[in-house]
Write a protein that binds this ligand. Structure first.
Ligand code: C2E
Ligand code: MG
Ligand code: MG
Length: 742
């Protein structure tokens, strides 16, 4: 069994051949006879016939007429009408025919292979056979099956009645029941059962479904079962069956075959959406891709057209039609945006005016004037990047907002713009030199934030006016100091990464001494920068510039690491030194975990916390007390010494001494040497020393420049000192040579 398989199409062909051969002979007669019989029985006793719902083509509802039809329906109708009944078919609501037997609504039920007992155990009586129903096994391709008596087969729940007959025929067969055909097929595919069992006519219908193309009818497994009507074995039940048997006896084989032939030769299975999807999935996929591609192209095109239109609208609204530069309106927007997006870049705003433009227009005509304007705009545009902006404010007045790269000065303006414009007419063999005046304004940090373009233009315009009033040409700055600061910032900030790598920046040490013994008791690390372009620059210049541009942390990390490396080297040489390092207030804002960073340095370079002293400038304490209290607390917790730097030079807040715990005050003597009453200064120093002593806080004085100052401090008991009188800051090698290092 199961060795000879055929596809569902072959199977259907065989089935048709069998039925055709018998039916063709009598088809015409039977078809003619059938309506006659129907009409004659139309007025008989009503008979309610229960039939299963999921059995096309044996029992089903015709999609077009809505009538209950099928092989079983038509054959039974024939027999019933022969017997004088008027059958009414109802699909049973029960799970299977066994349960339906206990429902008295039905006079008879279809189909029975043989008499079975109802669910509740009542015996049944069945009619004579209406026709032989071939039963067939269906399995997956190439799967070898055991014999029927050892087979595990799947059937529909609704066929439990049939299953009883099958079990009687093949006692060893094991049958699993499932709710739907799909459940049966799933079980077969999973291997839960080896084959599925159903009536061949039903298979001929089901196997038309494209997604069941892997199922095969096992030809050799065909066996036939009777198709009988049945009901409870009661007196009335037996009467109905007897009458029906009379009707069945009147049916000819030709009539029966004609009905079977009629249904099995029709293509009853209707394709649903998923069947089409299964059958034509490649077509759907390709179609889908094509549709998506077309839609995408259309969307992209539509967006391109829209953005082009938007650009055009913006162009008309924000641009000058002659030169394509921004107009004042557009300039305000674009310049504001550029400044906000580049808060750290130094910018200069130029206000350009052609002094003799009216003369040029009058002498050479408007056309030449226009050409000159376009030439000027082009020259400027050639020298701009996309973070710069040009604007034609009116007539011959142009504004330019241009950023400055590191190492850049205004040479480009003179060379690339002023000079060619000056010679524009001369180069056309005209005698007039164009006189161009440019007022410049170097933007400050707060200008970036406020981005009040009209305000900034006023500054640049004032500078331009000053130039014109003085009968000069070229460039005039509104704020030369700001310009210099801006240049410094650009030089310093733009060049820092390179400087750190190439050794332009060095760490120097200024020794700290004990006045009484003259011994070096420590040192302060101070950085020095030999700038490639500017030469030596003082920390007083570059530290604020780096603080402003947010880069001081990079420099300080470098300094701290260098100091730790030096300390490690000295430790290895057996010299245990302590060094004070500066922490900028901008560092504290940049990173909240500087104390932890120092702990990492200790473990990286195998140092002890007493080797690093942390100097935080006094102004930082006043500016951000909460952060300072927190950071100082952490530093001290980790064992570092914290010093309040520049005490007395800034906006001292004596109150901070109460709030913040520091180990040492670093008193700045510079404030004494500058201006004011020296005597009063001495009194202040005396009291600061006394105050530190009373508060039990250490004290060191920096900025000691003379022996007199040193003696004065020594007499008052402040012996820790740092200043030019003892040593100036010096390179590492020189510092190492100092014999008295502790
Ligand atoms: P500071 O921390 O108060 O450093 C002491 C400054 O006083 C140093 O100036 C030092 O050269 C100078 N000085 C020392 N003794 C005398 C003296 O007797 N007379 C005079 N007139 N000056 C003396 P320097 O090196 O120019 O540093 C200036 C400031 O720049 C430092 O003040 C410090 O706040 C900052 N600084 C220097 N290096 C660094 C650094 O690596 N990182 C940070 N964040 N700041 C640094
Ligand atoms: Mg310091
Ligand atoms: Mg200081």
């Amino acid at each position: 069994m199961g060795k000879h398989c055929c596809s569902r199409f072959q199977f259907m062909r065989i089935l048709r051949n069998i039925t055709c051969a018998l039916a063709v002979l009598c088809a015409c007669g039977a078809v003619l006879l059938f309506p006659v019989l129907s009409v004659s029985a139309a007025s008989g006793d009503k008979l309610i016939v229960g039939i299963p719902a999921d059995r096309c083509p044996t029992f089903y509802t015709d999609g077009e007429t809505g009538k209950t039809v099928g092989i079983g329906v038509d054959l039974f109708r024939m027999a019933a009408e022969n017997a004088g009944f008027e059958p009414e078919f109802r699909f049973i609501g029960e799970k299977n025919i066994k349960e339906a037997l206990d429902n008295d609504v039905y006079d008879v039920l279809l189909p029975f292979g043989s008499a079975i007992t109802s669910k509740s155990g009542k015996p049944t009586v069945v009619s004579d056979n209406l026709f032989q129903t071939p039963f067939t096994l269906v399995s997956l391709n190439k799967r070898g099956l055991p014999s029927l008596s050892e087979l595990k087969a799947g059937m529909l729940h609704s066929q439990e009645g049939v299953a009883d007959t099958v079990r009687r025929l093949f006692p060893g067969i094991r049958i699993e029941f499932y709710e739907t055909v799909q459940d049966c097929v799933d079980a077969l595919r999973k291997g839960d059962v080896q084959a599925l069992l159903n009536n061949s006519f039903v298979w001929s219908y089901i196997l038309q479904k494209p997604s069941y193309s892997d199922l095969m009818v096992l030809q050799s497994a065909i066996f036939t079962m009777d198709f009988r009507a049945g009901t409870q074995d009661t007196h009335s039940g037996r009467e109905i069956i007897e009458r029906l048997n009379g009707g069945i006896a009147k049916m000819t084989d030709q009539e029966r075959q004609a009905v079977v032939w009629d249904y099995t030769t029709r293509r009853l299975y209707q394709y649903g959406f998923f069947d089409y999807l299964y059958e034509y999935w490649l077509f759907f996929v390709i179609g889908g891709i094509i549709i998506i591609a077309i839609v995408s192209v259309l969307i992209i095109r539509w967006r391109m057209i829209r953005s082009r239109q938007e650009k055009k609208i913006v162009q008309l609204r924000d641009r000058d039609t002659l030169t394509d530069a921004y107009n004042l309106n557009g300039f305000r927007d674009r310049a504001g945006e550029v400044l906000r997006n580049n808060p750290d870049l130094p910018y200069v705003l130029f206000y350009n005016n052609i002094k003799n433009f009216k003369y040029i227009n009058d002498s050479y005509g408007m056309e030449v004037g226009d050409e000159l304007l376009c030439f000027l705009a082009d020259r400027i545009m050639d020298n701009l990047t996309d973070i710069d902006v040009i604007c034609r404010i009116e007539a011959d007045h142009f504004a330019v907002l241009r950023h400055l790269d590191a190492n850049e000065n205004l040479g480009f303006y003179e060379k690339a713009i002023l000079r060619p414009v000056r010679d524009f007419l001369v180069n056309q063999d005209k005698e007039t030199r164009v006189q161009l005046c440019a007022g410049a304004y170097a933007l400050t940090m707060s200008d970036h934030q406020a981005a009040n373009i009209d305000h900034l233009l006023d500054f640049a315009r004032l500078a331009e006016k000053r130039l014109r009033d003085n009968h000069n040409e070229g460039i005039e700055f509104y704020n030369p100091d700001q310009w210099n600061t801006g240049r410094l910032r650009a030089d310093v900030a733009g060049h820092l990464p390179v400087a750190l790598e190439t050794g332009e920046i060095q760490v120097w040490y200024q020794p700290q001494v004990d006045y009484e013994s003259g011994e070096v008791i420590g040192a302060e690390a101070l950085c020095r920068w030999k700038h490639a372009k500017r030469g030596w620059i003082s920390p007083a210049e570059f530290i604020p510039a780096l603080e402003d541009s947010g880069l001081i942390y990079d420099l300080d990390c470098y300094v701290w690491n260098t100091v730790c490396k030096d300390l490690r080297r000295w430790n290895k040489e057996g010299i245990h030194r302590s060094v004070s390092v500066n922490i900028s207030r901008a560092d504290l804002l940049k990173s909240q975990s500087i104390p932890e960073y120092f702990c990492e340095l200790l473990s990286t370079y195998l140092l002890t916390p007493d080797q690093i002293r942390i100097e935080i400038t006094e102004t930082a304490f006043v500016e951000n007390p909460e952060l300072l209290i927190l950071t100082t607390g952490k530093f001290r917790e980790y064992g570092f010494h914290v010093e309040m730097d520049d005490f007395g030079s800034g906006y001292s807040s004596l109150n901070m001494l109460k709030e913040v715990q520091v180990d040492r005050i670093k008193m700045d003597l510079h404030f004494l040497t500058e201006t004011g009453d020296t005597e009063k200064g001495r009194i202040i120093v005396k009291h600061v020393i006394q105050m530190a002593r009373d508060l039990k806080i250490g004290l060191i004085t920096e900025g000691v420049e003379t022996g007199e100052q040193a003696a004065f401090l020594g007499d008052l008991g402040c012996t820790d000192m740092q200043g030019f009188y003892f040593h100036k800051p010096m390179p590492t090698e020189k510092f190492e040579k100092l014999n008295s290092a502790s």
